[in-house]
Design a binder for this molecule. Structure first.
Ligand code: FMN
Length: 230
C-alpha cells in the first residue's frame, strides 16, 4: 500500500464509525485481529515495510493508532471506541503476546475505551483460528484466557475476552479470576439470541452451541446467519 492508500483506508474507517454512530449503535469496534488489514500491519509475519509503517512495534502500530485517532475525531470523546486485538497470531514470525501487551499500552495512551482479546489468523492453522471448530468450550477452556489475564494486569482500560465461552459459570469464573472485565459471545448468540436474558431469568443451562461452525453455511448460501443445529 502507498501512503495515500493508507490514508484513504484511515478515512474510510472514520467514515464507517460516523455512519455506525448515526445509525444508532452504542459503540464501534476497530477490527485489528484475525489477520485482516490492521492485524497484518501489526504482525511482523505480514508487515515487511521499510518505511514508518513497518519494522519496530511503534511503526507497525502506526496505522492502527491513526485509525483510532480518526475514528475518535469522527465520533467524539463521549462515544465508546473498542478494538479487537490478536493476543497471538499463532504463525511463524507473527505477533506475540508480548507485542500485544505493548500495542495495548499504546492504544490505552491513545484513548481506546476497551480491548477485546482474540487471536489467530484466517490463513493460519485451524486449531488456532478465532472461530475454532474444536469444541474446547465443552472442556471448559476458553481460547485466550491467559493472554487476557496478562493484558488486564498490564492496562487499566477494560479487557473483553471472546472465544469458546459457553456457560454462565465459565463467564463468571473469568471475571472473578481477573482474566477479563467483560466477556463476548458470538456463536452462542447465533444459536440463541436471548441467551443472556435466559441466564438472567434464572435458567442457567449452558448454551447449546457446539462450536462446529455450521452457522457459516447459511451465510455462504446467501441466506443470512442462523444456527442450523436441531
Ligand atoms: C459466522 C461468524 C462470523 C464472524 N464474523 C466476525 C467478524 O466480522 N468480525 C470479528 O471480529 N469476528 C467475527 N467472528 C468471530 C467471532 O466474533 C468470535 O471471535 C469467534 O466466533 C469466537 O467466539 P465464540 O466462540 O463465542 O463464537 C465471526 C464468527 C462467526 C461464527
Amino acid at each position: 500500500m502507498t501512503k495515500e492508500d493508507i490514508q484513504r483506508v484511515v478515512i474510510a474507517f472514520a467514515d464507517g464509525a460516523a455512519l455506525a454512530k448515526q445509525a444508532g449503535f452504542d459503540a464501534v469496534q476497530i477490527h485489528a485481529a484475525h489477520g485482516y488489514l490492521l492485524s497484518q500491519f501489526l504482525s511482523p509475519h505480514y508487515n515487511h515495510r521499510e518505511d514508518e509503517y513497518g519494522g519496530s512495534l511503534e511503526n507497525r502500530a502506526r496505522m492502527v493508532l491513526e485509525v483510532l485517532a480518526a475514528v475518535r475525531q469522527a465520533v467524539g470523546e463521549d462515544y465508546a471506541v473498542l478494538i479487537k486485538l490478536n493476543s497471538d497470531d499463532f504463525i511463524e514470525g507473527g505477533l506475540t503476546v508480548e507485542d500485544m501487551l505493548q500495542v495495548a499500552e499504546l492504544l490505552e495512551t491513545a484513548g481506546i475505551d476497551a480491548i477485546e482479546i482474540s487471536g489467530g489468523t484466517i490463513w493460519g492453522p485451524s486449531q488456532f483460528h478465532a472461530v475454532r471448530f474444536a469444541p474446547e468450550a465443552l472442556t471448559h477452556k476458553t481460547y485466550y484466557r491467559k493472554a487476557a489475564r496478562l493484558c488486564k494486569a498490564f492496562v487499566r482500560v477494560p479487557v473483553i475476552l471472546v472465544g469458546g465461552i459457553r456457560s454462565l459459570e465459565v463467564a463468571e469464573e473469568l471475571l472473578t479470576e481477573g482474566a477479563a472485565d467483560y466477556i463476548a459471545l458470538c456463536r452462542p448468540l447465533i444459536r440463541e439470541s436471548h441467551l443472556i436474558k435466559r441466564w438472567a431469568a434464572d435458567d442457567q443451562e449452558p448454551s447449546g452451541c457446539q462450536s462446529e461452525n455450521a452457522c457459516f453455511g447459511p451465510i455462504f448460501a446467501g441466506q443470512g446467519i442462523s444456527c442450523v443445529l436441531k
